[in-house]
Unconditional design. Sequence first.
Length: 278
Amino acid sequence: MKYGFVLPSGDARAAADMARAAEEAGWDAFFVWEPVWGVDAWVCLTAAAMVTSRIRLGTMLTPISRMRPWKLASETATLDNLSGGRVILGVGLGAPETGFAEFGEVTDRQTRAELMDEGLDILTGLWRGQPFSYDGKHYHVRPTAFMPPAPPVQQPRIPIWVVGAWPRPKSLARVLRYDGILPNPLTPEGEHRPLTPEDVREIRAYVQANRTDATPFDIVAEGATPSDDPQRAAEMAREWADAGATWWIEALWSANEEADGPARVRRRVEQGPPRLAL
């Protein structure tokens, strides 16, 4: 299992500083949040790329339904080239309560799902290069030879992790077309509930039974391990790894509400990921 750390908040300078510290501490990936309006995620990741050489860089996550897919294709391909092929793109419908309506973004779930599917089609098509055309319900793209960017370093594409509503088949069908799942477990009533290792076991079995693509596929678990108890942290990581998770993402979202939040985040980064060997 590999280990990532998501920065709860901070500007581009903080992102670069934390990414460098995360790389030195042995983390495998560094992620940032992509807001509707706020500190730009791709500027933060570019700053991080300039001061690191190994650690992977990505968003947790990009609400692709409100993105211009050609702009996102340019940003991700440019960063993948700058970083030497280290980008991971996490995508989902996004959370409307984070400012969608305030800026005139689409809030209807069905429309956002349509925009997401078309956006992913265009994103991956543009990564493959020109000539590319697309005719969808919401987007129409024609081939162009005007200053096309270099394709991503990573082939056949930059890894895309997609939020998947577990166990809903329609959502999972989208997930299986790409490179990993960010599980969103739901109750029978459709309410979000916490992810469990048993969910991960069932997701792994579902992927093995239903995915036809032979390329690697990641199952991503997210949470917080105790910083003051390395033994317990290692036990938690082992439980997720044994269940089939391929990535653990350390996420201290509560730090945004704490006076000493930035200091706590730095301490946790510098402690490094949980060690399975303990």
